[in-house]
Design a protein around this ligand. Structure first.
Ligand code: ADP
Length: 498
């Protein structure tokens, strides 16, 4: 009797726990889809982190149909009313910050401090764009014509598609969705397969804040199935994507084919130039934060450093000390650096470092032969003595791996920074205002950091890159994010002439 009761209780508890980690599609205000894809915790072998449905082209079709039906009424709502919903959703994310951050750590691997910061960021982003519901969206301009006033308006695109990666699984969905929604668009988002729960928390907050059914829809699943169906649907007027350069460029072809708007944020190989006049310890802290923070899994992460001869030795000694402090481990415990997201990424990190060493590079800190019995723990890696065209210097690794190369002077360092197919962020460590100013003007990157880590962005300013990093047409974040999700109209208003 007792044992039957306890079994029943156990089953009920197990069902509840499973429910709590199950992400569903959100289509027309309804939570749908089976729990058929398992996501394991990258820091704890064998622990289930999330379950999600594998979306089909039919699911995407249903979501776009719902969005198409809901969009006109949403756009007709006064902008301050749309904004109030975004602000309420932002507040809900903050109320739920800890529990969402814990889910985020379990499915993505970053540290709890990083995850809480990311949830706070998503909340701030929703509140920032919510507040823009009260802001001016056009101008009043003089006309050369008699009795005529000219105004400009921004109109929503309609239904927009968003495809997002796993590395900022709630912040990126938030910073794409919020400008889309405040502008009066309806959204269909396909989050990364590895991190279904985080985007689902965003959807839940929006729904709980009173967003009308169909305005924000989520379809989980594989990129080449659900993501591809989203990109190909002619009802999608614009698509904003963050992910790999290869996938981004493929999407661009699809969207360009029907002249729909496309915004791509893709890879990076972000360099920092460390000059003799910098403080070696502070420069090492800047580089370490950019290279090893977030387990190096940021498109803005520092992955190559060019250092002038006078500071090289002291800088490297300080960088090795900094790297040692980034202990890799379980983000829910005391680790300073979280787990690598997947076995595939872990092996990619190991292969990148091993190959560089086999070609003659020195590994000043790190290892590339560790196992995964305790999860995907990859120690911070510092490579030196490599040729400038080594793959570890030119190709994105997306892990806590940094290559440090010597350059004779500032000009050579700047040339090396610019000798890349990517151009997302670039940094310089110097006390020279003249060189910092010159660098800001001549470095080929969308974001320049002077004495600051290449990773880490404010939410109210434009973000994006050049070359193979970004489409380099519309910027994300800040008020400039609104440009992508709207089109401009010029209105002449006159009176009939007598
Ligand atoms: P990463 O290497 O960071 O996972 P991807 O570019 O593979 O980057 O993935 C980023 C997002 O793009 C994910 O949501 C993924 O599901 C989606 N995706 C991947 N392949 C495709 C594709 N062929 N079409 C549309 N979306 C895709």
């Amino acid at each position: 009797m007792t044992s039957t009761a306890s079994t029943a209780t156990k089953t009920a508890t197990a069902a509840t726990e499973r429910d709590l980690i199950t992400a569903r599609h959100l289509i027309n205000g309804e939570w749908l889809g089976g729990a058929d894809t398992e996501r394991m915790n990258p820091a704890r072998p064998g622990e289930l982190a999330a379950l999600s449905p594998s979306g089909t082209a039919e699911d995407v079709d249903a979501a776009i149909t719902a969005a198409t039906a809901a969009q006109p009424a949403w756009a007709a709502l006064p902008a301050p009313s749309r904004g109030a919903i975004l602000m309420a959703a932002g507040n809900l994310l903050l109320d739920r910050q800890t529990s969402i951050a814990e889910d985020l750590v379990r499915e993505e691997g970053k540290t709890i401090a990083e995850a809480k910061g990311e949830v706070k960021r998503a909340s701030d982003v929703l509140r920032f764009f919510g507040s823009l519901g009260w802001a001016a969206t056009g101008e009043v301009l003089p006309s050369g014509l008699q009795d005529t006033t000219i105004t400009t308006r921004r109109e929503p695109l309609g239904v927009v598609g968003l495809i997002t990666p796993w590395n900022f699984p709630i912040a990126i969905p938030a910073w794409k969705s919020a400008p889309a929604l405040i502008s009066g668009n309806a959204v269909v988002i396909k989050p990364a397969e590895l991190t279904p729960l985080s985007a689902t928390h965003l959807a839940r907050a929006l729904q709980d804040a009173g967003l009308p059914a169909g305005v924000f829809n989520v379809v989980h699943g594989k990129g080449r199935v659900a993501g591809d169906a989203l990109a190909r649907d002619p009802r999608i007027a614009g698509m904003s994507f963050t992910g790999s350069t290869k996938v981004g460029l493929g999407l661009q072809e699809i969207l360009n084919g029907r002249r729909a708007r496309v915004q791509l944020e893709m890879g990076g190989k972000n360099g920092v130039l460390v000059l003799d006049d910098a403080d070696p310890r502070k420069a090492a802290q800047v580089v370490a934060a950019g290279a090893f923070g977030l387990t190096g899994q940021a498109c803005t992460a520092t992955s190559r450093v060019y250092v002038t001869p006078g500071i090289r030795e002291d800088f490297l000694a300080a960088l090795v000390e900094e790297a040692a402090a980034y202990t890799a481990g379980d983000g829910l415990e005391a680790a300073k650096m979280g787990a690598v997201v997947s076995s595939q990424q872990f092996e990619q990190n190991q292969a990148a470092v091993r190959t560089a060493v086999e070609r003659g590079a020195k590994l000043l800190h790190g290892a590339y032969d560790g196992g995964t019995d305790a999860g995907f723990r990859f120690p911070a890696a510092i490579l030196t003595d490599l040729p400038f065209d080594d793959a570890a210097v030119t190709e994105e690794i997306f892990g806590p791996v940094v290559a440090v190369l010597e350059v004779p002077d500032y000009e050579a360092g700047l040339a090396a920074i610019n000798d890349s197919r990517y151009g997302l962020t670039a940094g310089i460590c110097t006390d020279s205002l003249a060189l910092a100013t010159d660098f800001a003007a001549r470095a080929q990157a969308g974001v320049i950091k002077v004495n600051r880590p290449t990773a880490g962005l404010d939410l109210n300013v434009p973000f994006g890159g050049v070359k193979d990093s970004s489409t380099n047409t519309f910027r994300e974040q800040g008020k400039s994010a609104l440009d992508f999700f709207t089109w401009g109209k010029t209105v002449y208003t006159g009176v009939y002439l007598p």
